[in-house]
Design a protein around this ligand. Structure first.
Ligand code: SME
Length: 158
């Protein structure tokens, strides 16, 4: 039975450190990747109070919206477009302190002010999607988020 996420700690790093064992427990023994992605989104959204957390999955020449938590979002993103499509094309983590300063940023919500996007890899190290996390505040994301979000993505067996 799924339990509530209980966050301990004051700093962002301490909160991530309290969250990861709970995410590990949530997805251990669950083989379905969509279910696990859905629970990762819920744990991050409610555990760390992010504005929007979601996966976009590679389908042909586009990223297609997958499991997410937050306001409704655009469903398809072309390679190289927006922060997500650029992360996919360049195979890189992108941290955006002010989305209005990112050329071609796709604004699914005008409330989103900063963003981090990480590539999602399968066991063969092929990019099969991205994780997109948005904040209503400027400059929310840094190397701490990069470190722990990468750890969380590595819990998925893709
Ligand atoms: N901002 C993203 C699009 C996804 S919505 O934020 C959920 C981008 O520029 O790729």
């Amino acid at each position: 039975m799924a339990e509530d996420i209980l966050i301990h700690g004051v700093t962002k790093e301490e909160k991530y450190q309290s969250l990861i064992p709970q995410i590990t427990a949530l997805i251990e023994g669950e083989a379905d990747n969509i279910a696990n992605m859905a629970n990762i989104c819920a744990a991050l959204k409610f555990g760390l109070d992010f504005f929007w957390v979601g996966f976009y999955l590679v389908k042909g020449e586009q990223l297609v919206l997958g499991p997410f938590q937050g306001p409704v979002a655009c469903t398809r993103i072309n390679l190289g477009k927006g922060v997500c499509g650029t992360s996919w094309k360049n195979n890189q983590i992108i941290i955006v302190d002010d989305v209005d300063q990112f050329p071609g940023h796709i604004a699914c919500s005008s409330l989103s002010k900063s963003e981090i996007v990480l590539p999602l890899y399968n066991i063969k190290k092929e990019i099969i999607g991205v994780l997109d996390v948005d904040s209503e505040k400027y400059a929310t994301f840094d190397t701490v988020d990069e470190k722990y979000l990468m750890q969380i993505l590595q819990l998925l067996k893709l």
